[in-house]
Design a protein around this ligand. Sequence first.
Ligand code: ZN
Length: 322
Amino acid sequence: MTTPEPGPRRAAHAAAAANAHPAPPRASRTGLVVAVVFLLVVLLVALPRILSGAASGPTGDDSAARPPLATSLPVPQFAVTEGVCGEDAVRAALAAGDDEAVIVAAGGGEAFRAAVVSGAAPCISLSDASRRWVVVDKLRPLDPVDAEPSSLVVPASVPSLNGGNLRQDAADALGALADGARAAGAGEVAMLSGYRSYTTQRSTYAQHVGADGQELADLESARPGYSEHQTGITVDLVACDDGCGDLDGFAASSQGAWVAEHAWEYGFVIRYEAGATDVTGYKAEPWHLRFLGPELARAYHDGSWHSLEEFFGLPAAPDYAD
Ligand SMILES: [Zn+2]
């Protein structure tokens, strides 16, 4: 303040000249005006810095304050591209591993399907073998090819003819389906095959190739790493009356007729239908039920879908890529 700059001096002089009131001694008057104007200039220059320093936090550093402001701008865009995955309830259910709750939080089976197909569900992977929306076909091997379910059980209320097992959620749903068939008077069903490991599928496929040749085997049996049975949520059923029948006899049984109509009510769909071989890559298998959970199975039924590929807008998979 002892060395005011030329600008304030000139301004002070002009202000002093315009003042019509009786003048105090000239030196004291000029010094007062210079001091007041200088204070004003200092305040004008310093105020924005003081304010921005307060906004930028303890460092008072402008360059440190700007990046957070800039990165906060795209937030609305981010929420849009996340689609249903921007919903807290969807993310929480995903993190908890509760697939059905994820689908419900996304608006139900049909809303979930539509979101996946339109790209509005980037957190949903149709390749995740631990999820009930996984799609396995000749173009979509399990990832990794020897993936295994985290836990498996022998179904409690359905006979498992070969001692096979299923994932708990599919086993529970199969029990409810068997109860439903019995209550409807359709008869008893039994599980001929449930979970099959990569190693088991290798020998299963090899048996088909040995018996029928590779071309026919590929219409009836998946190569190892490409079987839905490896997910633990797929089951082959047979009908049991006096004894249990075979796979080929299932469609003509009262149990098979009932299952074709009601499996969706228990969260299952018939994965390989007649007339869909050019999409699924397999001949019709009325005995092969794939668990999707109640929400997705209802959407599949209500939408009159005939393959999971079409349901999720995926390419047809009639043949292997190699
Ligand atoms: Zn099967």
